[in-house]
Design a protein around this ligand. Structure first.
Ligand SMILES: [Zn+2]
Ligand SMILES: [Zn+2]
Length: 170
């Protein structure tokens, strides 16, 4: 879905996107529909402000216990898009300020909305996937899911360092 800068009227454009074709299905798992809202506003001849929102339910495998769990995603983002083909970005007079962190330079005066959505969703996904902050994970010894059951491995080790040896030797 591509919108040329020239197609954006002064009052801006708002899209409610139910088309899910932009969603990176091969990289992210989800367990619900995806809704995206994108608002485009002109900010001078060569600039467009983009405000976006993505709502969906993602599914991950927990890093600790390996169980699949769902996570509600409802995140917004803002981007400052600038058509910058005319001037080199690394020129000396180009000052980099923190405010430019979310600045995207385009080679054409055109917004590729789906492309932006599929990039932004990765920034919204947490780096660590935990079904809960207090997930106990799997027992490294017997592989039991410690959220669901308490295995005896720890207890045996605690009670006596020879407890396991005793068990093995008849
Ligand atoms: Zn877990
Ligand atoms: Zn165990």
């Amino acid at each position: 879905m591509k919108v040329r800068f020239g197609e954006i009227p002064d009052e801006g454009l708002r899209f409610e996107i139910k088309d899910e074709s932009w969603f990176p299905d091969h990289e992210l798992q989800r367990s619900g529909p995806v809704l995206a809202i994108v608002v485009l506003k002109r900010n001078g001849v060569d600039r467009v402000l983009l405000e976006g929102k993505i709502k969906t339910t993602l599914a991950f495998d927990c890093d600790r216990c390996l169980e699949n769990y769902s996570m509600e995603l409802d995140s917004s983002f803002k981007l400052d898009l600038e058509y910058a083909a005319g001037h080199r970005l690394d020129s000396a007079e180009h000052e980099v300020s923190p405010a430019e962190m979310d600045m995207i330079y385009l080679e054409e005066p055109m917004v590729d909305v789906f492309e932006i959505l599929s990039q932004q969703i990765f920034l919204m996904v947490p780096g660590k996937h935990l079904c809960s902050e207090s997930c106990k994970g799997l027992c490294p010894r017997c592989g039991a899911n410690l959220n669901e059951e308490a295995c005896d491995c720890k207890q045996e080790l605690k009670s006596s360092p020879f407890a396991i040896l005793k068990k093995v030797q008849p």
